[in-house]
Every structure is written in structure tokens, then in C-alpha cells.
Design a protein around this ligand. Structure first.
Ligand code: COA
Ligand code: MG
Length: 285
């Protein structure tokens, strides 16, 4: 299955050093898991976390959940050993932190020959180089690192994320231009359900495939926000039916709920139904 065909609504970070969380995630209803060796793992724990995670992922069965390993950057003391440890382990992606340009993707590609690569988009330079990063032939996904980005910009936290919108938009454009998956950043206040729902809705409106999460309690909100709603599915079906009827009657456009329906709207409607079907298949698995 192409990575863009599977659901990425909820992408949960798990510190690679927390066995309890690794085990708990075997049954959590998230679409994907990022097993983190980078910022969630303390420096003196990194070698042990790497070894334990590599052993665990060689045998653990996460079912339909996509498995992504976030390694340390190659300019840290741990990056090269992380690459060596995970080059031969079957996971859906290796996620590279602090990517500043396509050369950072290439450096990991040279060490990990087969696994799809994803990039953390979390530096000002990454925003400016987003198109070139997305164009790398091994790059299949992007994850917004909004905490690092806000820090490097010098931005203040705002509920509307105004200071981050330029970067978020550039990364969505770059990912879509090159057919990569694009997942939004985390919402830090993990007990604030209302704030999380609002930020999920904003990310969905912008075109993100899903949201990265830090706590299991955040999964349901992301799954709901990034799935087509019942109304959207109903509208998609009616648009397709109306358009087909219009074509049969020799017309090129239809009207549904007072709005024009052209070829491009039918393509979106079919994409909505395909996404709903992919989610249903994943949840049945
Ligand atoms: N993945 C899987 N399970 C998790 C989890 C996660 N990210 N975060 C918490 N849990 C589990 C806990 O192990 C606990 O399980 P248990 O009750 O069955 O033992 C349960 O969920 C409830 O946890 P809770 O007590 O509410 O949270 P906490 O105070 O222990 O931890 C955080 C809060 C934020 C420290 C923790 O959620 C975490 O480490 N998140 C990931 C951080 C991360 O990866 N950051 C890097 C990217 S930004
Ligand atoms: Mg980061």
C-alpha cells in the first residue's frame, strides 16, 4: 500500500526508553506510532534504549499500526549507531530529526538503504527548504516539529498558531507537491481536550493527514478530526451520483446543495470515500 493511501490520523510518540508505554501501545487505537530515541530519551539512556527498542521491534506485533522510529541526528554522538541498529529492522519509516535540507536526508539514506525515510520539519531552514526535502526520492513523509520551530523562531505560544502558519503552510505545499504524507505537530497541554480539538480541526482544515500526539488520551480526538465526517461522506456520495446523472444527461456539471459540482469536486469526493474505506479497513483489522 502506498503510504499516502493509509490513514495517519493519530501518530503517537512513545519514548523508546519506556517499556510500559511500548507495551501499552500494542492495543491503543492509533494509526501509527513514533518510537522515539531523540528528545524523549535522556542522553545517558540512549544506548540502552536503542538496543532495547531494536530487540523489541524485531518481535513485537503492532498489527495494522504503522511503526516509525525517530533516530538521533547524524551530528550527535548517537545518530550513526541508531542508523546501524535500525537499517535491518522492518518498520514503515525511519524519522530523521532536525533536517535542514535534502543532504540530511541523503546522509541517512546512504546508511539505511531500504526503509522509507521521513523528516522532522522543525527548523527555520527546513521551512525554506521544504520543497527540496520533499523532493528527495527516499522521502515519504514529513512531521511538523512545532515546539522546536517555535523555539528557533522565537515565537510565543498562541492558540491560533499565527506565528507558525507560514511554516505549516509551506510544508503542506511541499508534501502535496511531491506526494508525501504530512502530519501536524503535537499539542503540549495533554489534559486540555478543548484546545486539542481546536488544533486538530485547524490542522485538518489546512490539509494535514493527521496529528502527532504525546498521550493516549489524545488519540480519539485526532481520529475523529482527521476522518471524513458522516456529513462529508454523505455529500461525497450525493456529488458523485449527481455528477454521473448529469453526465448521462449530456451535461458536464451538476448542482448539489446549491453548489456547482465539476470533475475536480468528484475527484475530491472519491478521495473522501477512499479515505473512509481505508479507515474502516484499518479499524476492522
Ligand atoms: N504512549 C503510550 N503510553 C503512554 C504514553 C505514550 N506516549 N504516555 C502515557 N502513556 C501511558 C502511561 O504509561 C500510563 O499507563 P498505565 O497507567 O497503564 O501505566 C497511562 O498512559 C497514563 O499515563 P499518565 O499518567 O496520564 O501520563 P504520565 O504523567 O505518566 O506521562 C507524559 C505524561 C507527557 C510524560 C507522557 O505521556 C510521555 O512521555 N509522552 C510522550 C513524550 C514524547 O514522546 N515526547 C517526544 C515527542 S514531543
Ligand atoms: Mg524536535
Amino acid at each position: 500500500m502506498a503510504p499516502t493511501d493509509r490513514p495517519w490520523r493519530s501518530v503517537l510518540y512513545i519514548p523508546g526508553s519506556k517499556p510500559r508505554a511500548l507495551e501499552k501501545a500494542l492495543t491503543l487505537p492509533c494509526d501509527a506510532i513514533i518510537f522515539d530515541l531523540e528528545d524523549a530519551v535522556a542522553a545517558d539512556e540512549k544506548p540502552a534504549a536503542r538496543a532495547a527498542l531494536a530487540a523489541w521491534l524485531s518481535s513485537a506485533d503492532y498489527g495494522p499500526r504503522a511503526r516509525i522510529v525517530r533516530i538521533n541526528a547524524l551530528d550527535t554522538p548517537w545518530g550513526a549507531d541508531d542508523c546501524a541498529a535500525f537499517a535491518g529492522i522492518a518498520v514503515e519509516a525511519v524519522l530523521i530529526p532536525k533536517v535542514n535540507g535534502p543532504a540530511d536526508v541523503q546522509a541517512v539514506a546512504a546508511r539505511i538503504p531500504e526503509t522509507p525515510l521521513w523528516a522532522m520539519m522543525e527548523t527555520p531552514m527546513a521551512m525554506l527548504e521544504a520543497a527540496a526535502i520533499a523532493a528527495h526520492p527516499r522521502l515519504q513523509g514529513m512531521v511538523m516539529g512545532t515546539n522546536d520551530l517555535a523555539k528557533d523562531i522565537g515565537a510565543r505560544f498562541r492558540a491560533d498558531r499565527l506565528p507558525l502558519l507560514a511554516g505549516l503552510g509551506l510544508c503542506v505545499l511541499a508534501a502535496r507537491a511531491h506526494g508525501a504524507v504530512i502530519v501536524d505537530g503535537v499539542y503540549n497541554a495533554f489534559r486540555d481536550a478543548e484546545g486539542l480539538a481546536a488544533e486538530c480541526a485547524q490542522g485538518r482544515d489546512m490539509g494535514f493527514d493527521g496529528k502527532t500526539l504525546i498521550h493516549p488520551d489524545q488519540i480519539a480526538a485526532a481520529n475523529a478530526a482527521f476522518a471524513p465526517s458522516a456529513d462529508e461522506i454523505d455529500l461525497a456520495r450525493r456529488q458523485i451520483a449527481a455528477f454521473e446523472a448529469a453526465l448521462a444527461a449530456g451535461q458536464g456539471v451538476a448542482v448539489v446543495d446549491g453548489r456547482i459540482v465539476e470533475n475536480l469536486h468528484v475527484a475530491s469526493a472519491r478521495a473522501t470515500l477512499a479515505k473512509a474505506a481505508a479507515i474502516a479497513a484499518l479499524e476492522a483489522a
